[in-house]
Design a protein around this ligand. Structure first.
Ligand code: ATP
Ligand code: MG
Length: 334
């Protein structure tokens, strides 16, 4: 029964394709944590999505457990929020298939992630990569999510989700809630440290391009020191200064200072001082997550128990929506 006190629903997911980066953390995970108290939250490790890049099986298994531990390490309470692994809830794949049939080839072909990832992995442009947005739509719609905290790169996928849901509702009557993206003001797109016109990605093969949540202090200092900047040697936010803009964004997210304050702080100083300060701010931001991760990853049986309980909670909600959608489409019910 719907009551006025019912909390709004939030869903988001992250692929176990690597260790979360500073980009994932500032663009998505930090908001996941911030929303955890005020919303009914469903957070998933998107392992079904990650096989589009064909990970080595042992690696996929290990990364899935690790990503799950990260979600708890950022401070999510598995009792209060539903934290689960996508492949443990079969409704995702089932609704994903159904939604494929309510999506036009042309609209899926416009997705920039498909184009980018096809270019990055020309040897494996599989149909799963193409169908990614419809599976993502299923992830979201199964929980009747109101908000989806994501980085800017996923905005287009949220738009297609809304279009698919709207089309389905139009054909069969209200079935799915139309979700809104929740994108933070700063940090929604952290760029690569080496190619600051491209987003930071955990699956990047150049490890100097990203800061991982597990990097130690020396590594963080070193990576930020070698981040690409420009020859102007002046800390200010401006068009064409992608590298500096990115470092300013990172510094702003970690310290809460705005760009004007940052410009003043580093007035008359060079990039050396600025980079040292950025590195210290990043270290301070990530250290608690890293420590908590190291504690949790040593306790596999606790993680397994949380995963199992999370999958059961998620499946109850997801199966309800799946049954409703299947009935509407006309599948024979026993
Ligand atoms: P992959 O390279 O495997 O796609 P990814 O780093 O893009 O990895 P995802 O698992 O695809 O990570 O996305 C998880 C969440 O992190 C999404 O909400 C996405 O929008 C967000 N995100 C990813 N990269 C960035 C970034 N550079 N800045 C801000 N948010 C980001
Ligand atoms: Mg991605």
């Amino acid at each position: 029964m719907e009551t006025n006190e019912k909390k709004q629903v939030v869903l988001s997911a992250i692929q176990p394709t690597g260790t979360p980066t500073l980009g994932n953390y500032l663009g998505a995970l930090k908001n996941w944590k911030n929303m955890a108290d005020d919303y009914e939250c469903y957070y998933a490790v998107a392992d079904l999505h990650s096989i589009t890049v064909r990970p080595e099986p042992a690696q996929l298994r290990r990364k899935t457990l690790e990503m799950y531990a990260f979600l708890l390490a950022i401070g999510l309470d598995p009792e209060k929020n539903t934290v689960f692994v996508q492949s443990h809830v079969s409704a995702h794949a089932q609704l994903g298939w159904i939604l494929n049939c309510y999506t036009q080839f042309g609209e899926a072909a416009r997705m920039t992630q498909f184009k980018d990832k096809s270019e990055k992995h020309p040897e494996n442009v599989n149909v799963g990569l193409f169908a990614y947005p419809m599976l993502m739509a299923a992830d979201i719609l199964l929980y009747q999510a109101n908000y989806v905290p994501i980085g800017v790169d996923q905005k287009q996928h949220l738009e297609i989700t809304r279009n698919i849901a709207d089309r389905f509702n139009g054909l069969y009557g209200e079935t799915f809630t139309l979700p809104e993206p929740f994108i933070g003001k700063t940090g929604a797109k952290i760029m690569s440290l080496q190619e600051p016109t491209k987003k930071m990605s955990k699956s990047d093969t150049n490890v100097k391009a990203f800061i991982s949540v597990l990097d130690d202090t020396d590594t963080i200092v070193h990576k930020i020191k070698s981040a690409v900047t420009d020859s102007e040697a002046r800390v200010h936010y401006a068009q064409g200064k992608d590298g500096v803009n990115n470092l300013m964004t990172i510094y702003s997210c970690c310290t809460g200072k705005d760009f004007a304050e940052i410009e003043k702080e580093f007035d008359g100083k060079g990039y050396g001082d600025f980079k040292a300060a950025v590195a210290q701010a990043v270290v301070a931001e990530l250290a608690p997550v890293r420590d908590e991760f190291n504690r949790l990853i040593a306790d596999k049986s606790y993680l397994n128990a949380c995963m199992e309980a999370g999958a059961q909670k998620a499946a109850r909600v997801a199966n309800r929506t799946l049954r409703k959608a299947m009935k509407r489409v006309g599948f024979y019910q026993l």
